[in-house]
Each structure stands twice: as structure tokens, then as C-alpha cells.
Design a binder for this molecule. Structure first.
Ligand SMILES: Cc1cc2nc3c(=O)[nH]c(=O)nc-3n(C[C@H](O)[C@H](O)[C@H](O)COP(=O)(O)OP(=O)(O)OC[C@H]3O[C@@H](n4cnc5c(N)ncnc54)[C@H](O)[C@@H]3O)c2cc1C
Length: 311
């Protein structure tokens, strides 16, 4: 539990209407489950973020950087710490430093920009290459951490650099190679960096074709994925040379459920909340699936979903 003293100290840097005490995390995750965080703070600019982090580090207060909560399972008993959600300045998109001389342009976007908004903006500007991301329901920050990808595209492929705050509170610019993008991972996943903003480089394209591609991918998603139920997308990483959904299906686990959590009947790679799941139900389904797939095929599936708090 946070002390009154720390809450008061936070109030010196952040207006109190942006300090939400005992905030239910179910409202901030796409699984729609999760108990309360001690406190959720909406941070609007770099100065607020730097002051807040400096205070939290000095007082050794635990904190967690939240994007859109679309790859996150928070325990039913909540999180003993501070959840930071970026907003305000972190939602801006502007033209980057690179100009269109070689047929490429760049966009600079804050970490709290949603991938959907970024893809839409690129389309409006006649820039192609972000269509793959238009249906991923996360922020740029979360996407950089996870190296979010779909339909043969990955965020890492179009990033020129990312500005982060390191653990000493210094701003660092990580170029593409330093970001160490890999399958659903990056330097920010491995180290306690906070993504502030990133520059992406995109070639010119035809807005109408870009829009058509985005619509086509949205149709594919709707057809293949259980978007009608809360989830965190693919629950497991793709094991090498295989597909998590196929292994789960072949293990006879289609529709397998505990409480309100279920292996989707539409796409076995998704664990969904059928309406009244607890985080514990979801976690149990994940563990049971891992065990049964391992027993049957000798493959231990690795969750892609990040877990936080007490279950
Ligand atoms: C229906 C559905 C479909 C999906 N489809 C896809 C898909 O096609 N491809 C795919 O890759 N993913 C997919 N996902 C998963 C998810 O949307 C992505 O992993 C996304 O990148 C997570 O972003 P987020 O902002 O929601 O991050 P969160 O879930 O909030 O956080 C994820 C991680 O990123 C960290 N983080 C967030 N912002 C920052 C920041 N600014 N600085 C440092 N760390 C930060 C968090 O601490 C956490 O560790 C899907 C999810 C759903 C619900």
C-alpha cells in the first residue's frame, strides 16, 4: 500500500485529478479483468514523467508503464504499486526529420499514440508500410516493446530510432540496430527503458490502395479472430517451426475452459474472457494448455501475454 506521504509527494508534480487511487485495472486491459492498482497516474509530458520517476526511484516505489493494456493480464488481487499511463504530449504525431527526397518520409510519434491512429495518419499522408499494424489494438510504446507484428510486417522493420528514458532518468536515442528487435522482443523489453517517442520511415504510396489493404486486413482479422470476446490477442508466442494455435487444437483443447476463461473455438491461439472470467481463470487455462501441449507434443509454449500483480 502506498503511504500518504508518497501520494502527497506525487501531488507536487501531477495534478490530483490525474492521480487515480485504487484504480481497477479491468478498465485498462483488453482482457477486462484485474484488481486495483494502488494508484494509476496519467502523465502528460516529459517533465512530469521525469519528476515522477525520479521520486519513485528515490522512494523505491514499484511502478509499471501501461500502454493500452492489450497484451496484459493483471491479477485479481491487483498490483501493489503505481501504474503510469502516458497521455497528452505523448499522443502527438508529426512529420519527422527525413524528407521525401528519396521517396521516403518519416513520422515522429509519441509512445501513447495508438497503432491504429498512426496507421490512419500514414494513410492520410500517402505513406505506405503501416497497414499491417492498423488492427493491432496497442500503443506505439507497447508495440516497440513487443516488436508488434502481423501479416508479414513488424514494427521493428520501419523504425529509424526510438527515444527512451533510461533507468537513471536520462533521455537516450536508440537507433534501429541498438533497439535489438527480435520476435516479440526489443531492447526496451530487456531493459528498464521507457519509450518516449519514435521515428518511423515509410515510402510513399497511394492512399486509396493503403486504405483498401487496411480494410482487407480488418476483414481477415474479423473472420479469423474472436474479436467479439475480450482477450489479449495471441496468448502464446509462435514456437519455432510450428503454430501455437495448431498445437493447441491438435491437443484437443479447442473450447477448453475454466470458469469464464476459454480457449477460443474460433482461433485456438487466443484465450478469451467469455464474460465473467477472473484473471485466475485465464491464468489457469494458460497453464493447463502449456502442460497438456508439452505432454502431447514436447513443446513448452511461452506466453506472449505479460502478467502483472497478484492472482
Ligand atoms: C484482439 C487483439 C489482437 C492483437 N493482435 C496482435 C497482432 O496482430 N500482433 C501483435 O504483435 N500483437 C497483437 N496483439 C497484442 C497487443 O496488441 C500488442 O502486443 C501491443 O503491442 C501491446 O501494446 P499495448 O500498448 O497495449 O501494451 P501493454 O499491453 O499496455 O504493455 C505491453 C508491455 O509494454 C510495456 N510498455 C507499454 N508502453 C511502454 C512504454 N512507453 N515504454 C516502455 N514500456 C512500455 C508494458 O510495460 C508491458 O510490458 C493483439 C491484442 C488483441 C487484444
Amino acid at each position: 500500500m502506498l503511504s500518504e506521504q508518497i501520494i502527497q509527494a506525487i501531488g507536487k508534480h501531477i495534478p490530483t485529478d490525474r492521480i487515480l487511487l485504487n484504480e481497477s485495472m479491468a478498465a485498462h486491459t483488453t482482457f477486462r479483468v484485474g484488481g486495483p492498482a494502488d494508484c494509476l497516474i496519467l502523465v502528460e509530458n516529459r517533465e512530469e514523467l521525469e519528476n515522477l520517476l525520479s521520486l519513485l526511484r528515490k522512494t523505491e516505489s514499484p511502478f509499471f508503464l501501461l500502454g493500452n493494456g492489450s497484451n496484459l493480464l493483471v491479477g485479481d488481487k491487483g498490483y501493489d504499486g503505481i501504474v503510469i499511463k502516458l497521455t497528452g504530449d505523448f499522443q502527438s504525431i508529426r512529420l519527422g526529420e527525413m524528407k521525401a527526397s528519396d521517396g521516403n518520409s518519416s513520422l515522429r510519434a509519441g509512445a501513447a499514440v495508438t497503432l491504429a491512429a498512426l496507421a490512419r495518419k500514414a494513410m492520410e499522408l500517402g505513406l505506405t508500410g503501416l497497414e499491417f499494424a492498423s488492427g493491432i489494438p496497442g500503443t506505439l510504446g507497447g508495440g516497440l516493446v513487443m516488436n508488434a507484428g502481423a501479416y508479414d510486417g513488424e514494427l521493428g522493420e520501419i523504425i529509424t530510432y526510438v527515444e527512451v528514458l533510461n533507468e537513471s532518468g536520462e533521455v537516450m536515442r536508440l537507433d534501429h540496430d541498438t533497439m535489438e528487435f527480435g520476435y516479440r522482443t526489443s531492447a526496451i523489453k530487456k531493459r528498464p527503458f521507457i519509450a518516449l517517442e519514435a521515428e518511423i520511415q515509410l515510402p510513399s504510396g497511394n492512399p486509396k490502395e493503403i486504405q483498401e489493404r487496411m480494410e482487407e486486413l480488418a476483414r481477415k482479422r474479423k473472420e479469423k479472430q474472436p474479436l467479439e470476446y475480450p482477450s489479449a490477442g495471441s496468448t502464446f508466442k509462435r514456437p519455432e517451426g510450428n503454430f501455437a494455435g495448431k498445437l493447441i487444437m491438435d491437443a484437443g483443447l479447442r473450447g477448453f475452459s475454466i470458469g469464464g476463461a476459454q480457449v477460443s473455438e474460433k482461433h485456438c491461439g487466443f484465450v478469451v474472457n467469455k464474460g465473467n472470467a477472473t484473471a485466475a481463470d485465464i491464468k489457469e487455462v494458460i497453464e493447463e494448455v502449456r502442460e497438456r501441449v508439452d505432454t502431447r507434443f514436447g513443446v513448452m509454449l511461452e506466453p506472449e501475454v505479460i502478467m502483472l500483480g497478484k492472482f
